[in-house]
Design a protein around this ligand. Structure first.
Ligand code: ZN
Ligand code: ZN
Length: 394
């Protein structure tokens, strides 16, 4: 459907959702931004011709990372940076799924839970692959946290895109077996043990050396810490789902797939096939996995599901580890040299928004001066309050 359909659904249904649910500031800010993106409520900016013969006043975009109208240029910038770093070797995908019974803990501790989740998965993989029995080398990983399933319900999992090989302590490339990077069962046991241990430790208010911690895990409402610890004990005895795929020849397809989720939330507007004011018909992202090509949600459920996936402000849902981490430049270049690639050189000055738009859409003309065809420049920005109205007292 046309761009702005999610804004329309939110305009129609968010007020009644807000009136009947205790939404937190995270969700209300996202809803406010989605509803006011590119309207006068976000302020305005002036784009002008550098030769002085034309200028135009435009409403600001909201810039919220869960807004479907925003984020195209940030996504492009991220993709360009990742693809510039890519090691031209096969890559595996690993999916670390956490049990559904941990979801209430995540809802109540979004940032800390996600940090521990990433850390446990990376530490498990790094330890196993550092062992000479498995690989004896450091791989490169791009990792993304996703909280949704195909119907936009809650389903917490991490996608890891992992080099099929790594750099050993002597700086030499060690190739992995393309069909078998690591045993999923071994990885699952290590990850399950570490994640549960990190969660247990996160309940204590002090470090083992007696220092007060800045972040402590809180039990969800209606549950005690002891009940959570009992749940962890039970989960420690159950199998978790970890999937390790055979290698794909290169990473760029997977990087592009992941890149499309670093902004704009779990769904692109293109997947919304129809909206009749009440019900939303949505195309599955992976229709091959389902009996039907589409699913339908009532609009209030759609709004609630989208809001449930809005990350806490400031959290990084996409991270780089090992050879792809920014502090691992030397080892990254050792790997690139082995694969006959030039050393990675980051762009010193990130390109501006207009430059990125032209890289993405070479035929784009809406930001050219109608008289001299020079590219317009933003010369003035007026931002309005970037916060939602407070909930009125009953
Ligand atoms: Zn926006
Ligand atoms: Zn001009």
């Amino acid at each position: 459907m046309r761009p702005g359909i999610i804004q329309r659904i939110f305009d129609d249904h968010f007020p009644s959702v807000d009136a009947t649910h205790q939404l937190d500031r995270r969700a209300r800010t996202a809803a406010w931004d989605i509803r006011t993106c590119r309207t006068h409520l976000q302020g305005y900016h002036v784009d002008a011709c550098p030769n002085g013969d034309y200028s135009v006043v435009l409403n600001n975009s909201c810039g919220h990372r869960s807004c479907p109208l925003c984020g195209a240029t940030e996504t492009q910038l991220w993709l360009e940076r990742q693809l510039a770093k890519e090691i031209r070797c096969p890559h595996h995908q690993i999916v670390f799924t956490s049990p559904g019974s941990l979801q209430p803990l995540w809802r109540w501790n979004r940032q800390l839970f996600m940090n521990l989740y990433f850390r446990a998965a990376w530490h498990s993989l790094r330890e196993l692959l550092a062992d000479a029995k498995h690989l004896g080398a450091l791989p490169g990983v791009i990792a993304v946290f996703q909280s949704w399933n195909d119907e936009l319900g809650e389903h917490l999992h991490l996608h890891f895109i992992v080099t099929s090989g790594g750099v050993d302590p002597n700086g030499k490339w060690v190739a992995a077996n393309a069909d078998f990077l690591v045993c999923a069962e071994t990885l699952m046991r290590k990850f399950r043990g570490k994640f549960l241990a990190y969660l247990r430790a996160a309940f204590s208010t002090h470090t083992p050396t007696g220092k007060a911690k800045s972040e402590v895990l809180l039990p969800p409402p209606g549950r005690s810490v002891q009940q959570c610890l009992n749940l962890f004990n039970k989960l420690g005895r159950q199998p978790w789902h970890i999937q390790v795929d055979p290698a794909m020849p290169y990473a760029h397809g997977a990087i592009k797939y992941v890149g499309h989720y670093i902004r704009r939330g779990p769904i692109s507007e293109r997947r919304i096939l129809s909206y009749n004011g009440d019900r939303v018909v949505i195309a599955y992202a992976h229709p091959g996995k389902h009996d039907s090509a589409t699913f339908t949600l009532d609009a209030r459920t759609f709004v609630l599901r989208l809001l449930s996936h809005v990350p806490q402000r400031g959290t990084h849902c996409v991270r780089a580890y090992g050879l792809y981490h920014s502090e691992c430049r030397e080892k990254l270049n050792q790997a690139r040299t082995y694969h006959s690639q030039p050393s990675y050189q980051p762009e010193s000055e990130p390109p501006d928004k207009h430059e990125l738009i032209h890289r993405m859409f070479p035929d784009f003309t809406a930001d050219l001066c109608p008289k001299c065809h020079a590219r317009l420049r933003t010369i003035f920005v007026e931002r309005h309050a970037h916060s939602p109205p407070q909930r009125r007292a009953a």
